[in-house]
Write a protein that binds this ligand. Structure first.
Ligand code: A3P
Length: 286
C-alpha cells in the first residue's frame, strides 16, 4: 500500500514520470525559471480549492466570465515542462503546491503576487484520499482507515499538511511587504462574491458587481464540473474507470461522512499539538 511520489531533496512531488519526460530534471530547473511582472501564483496544499480559484482569478484577469478553455494542470509549476510554462499567455495565473523557498527566484525577486489558499485539513484529507485512489499514476488502492495515518504523517505528495501550512504562515509573517493574499475554501463557500471582490482588489482588477456575479455563477461547482468535463475527459485514461475525479463533491464538512469519532479525535489531537501557535486555526477548522 504505497503512494508513488517523486522525492526531490526531501520534498514529495506527484510522480508523473510516465507522462512527463525528465520530470526530476524539470523540477530541478524550476528555481531558474523566468517570471513576468504580471504573473500571479496560487499556492496551496493539494485539494484546497486551487481549480476553483484558478478559474475565478483567470476570469478576473481576462475581465470576462467566459469559460477558461484550459485545464488548471497546464499552468501548474510542479508538473509542466519548461517550454509549456514559457508558452502560457500573459497575464499568467500559475499554480503550485510547493513551498515559498522552492519558487522560481525571479518570481520572488519581482514580487509577483501570490494567492495562498487554505482549507479545513479534514476535508483536505478526504479529498486527497479520493484523489490518490482515483488517479492511477499514484498506484494506490488503500483503505481510508489506513490513509488517515499516512496523511497525518505526511507520506503523500506535498508532504505534511501541518509542515506546509506552518511554513506558509511563517513566510507570510516574516515578509509583511510581500503581496500575499489569503483565501479560504470555507470563506469562498460562505460568500464567494465577497471573496472574488477582494481577490479583484488584490489583483488590481476593476470588476463591477455584474462581472463579479457572472464569475461567481460560472465558477459554481455544478456548472464548473459540467463545463470542464469535456476538457478533463481528454486525459480520462489516467483516472480509475476513466472518470476524471477533480470535481468530486465540492462541499464543506464532507469529512463527517468519512471520519469515525476515534479518527476525528486522533486528528484533533495532532492538530492541537502541531497548530498550537498558529493563527490560522480559527480560520480553517470551521
Ligand atoms: P472535494 O474532493 O472535497 O470535492 P484542488 O482544486 O485544489 O485540487 O481541490 C479540489 C477540491 O476542490 C475538490 O474537493 C473539488 O471538488 C473542489 N472544487 C473544485 N471546483 C470547485 C468549485 N467550483 N466549487 C467548490 N469546490 C470545488
Amino acid at each position: 500500500e504505497s503512494i508513488r511520489v517523486l522525492d526531490v531533496d526531501g520534498y514529495y512531488f506527484p510522480s508523473f514520470q510516465s507522462i512527463i519526460p525528465n520530470q526530476e530534471e524539470t523540477i530541478r530547473s524550476i528555481p531558474t525559471w523566468k517570471a513576468k511582472d504580471d504573473d500571479v501564483l496560487l499556492c496551496a496544499y493539494p485539494k484546497s480549492g486551487t481549480h476553483w480559484l484558478w478559474e475565478a482569478a483567470s476570469m478576473l484577469l481576462n475581465g470576462s466570465a467566459d469559460r477558461i478553455n484550459l485545464v488548471k494542470a497546464t499552468a501548474m509549476l510542479d508538473v509542466i515542462p519548461q517550454p509549456m510554462y514559457e508558452n502560457i499567455k500573459s497575464p499568467r495565473v500559475l499554480n503550485c503546491h510547493m513551498y515559498f523557498r522552492m519558487l522560481p527566484e525571479d518570481f520572488v525577486k519581482r514580487k509577483c503576487k501570490i494567492v495562498y489558499i487554505l482549507r479545513n485539513p479534514k476535508d483536505v484529507a478526504v479529498s486527497f484520499y479520493n484523489h490518490h485512489f482515483k488517479l492511477l499514476e499514484y498506484g494506490y488502492s488503500g483503505k481510508w482507515e489506513n490513509y488517515i495515518h499516512r496523511f497525518l504523517k505526511g507520506q503523500v505528495d506535498g508532504g505534511s499538511w501541518f509542515d506546509y501550512t506552518l511554513d506558509w504562515e511563517k513566510v507570510i509573517q516574516d515578509n509583511p511587504d510581500y503581496p500575499i493574499h489569503i483565501i479560504s475554501y470555507e470563506d469562498m463557500k460562505k460568500d464567494d462574491m465577497k471573496e472574488i471582490k477582494q481577490l479583484a482588489q488584490f489583483l488590481g482588477v476593476k470588476a463591477d458587481e455584474e462581472l463579479i456575479k457572472r464569475i461567481s455563477e460560472a465558477c459554481d461547482f455544478e456548472r464548473m464540473k459540467k463545463e470542464k468535463y469535456a476538457l478533463e475527459i481528454a486525459t480520462a485514461e489516467v483516472w480509475r474507470d476513466k472518470e476524471p475525479g477533480i470535481y468530486r463533491k465540492g462541499q464543506v464538512g464532507d469529512w463527517k461522512n468519512w471520519f469515525t469519532v476515534a479518527q476525528s479525535e486522533l486528528f484533533d489531537a495532532v492538530y492541537a499539538e502541531r497548530m498550537k501557535n498558529s493563527k490560522f486555526q480559527f480560520r480553517c477548522m470551521v
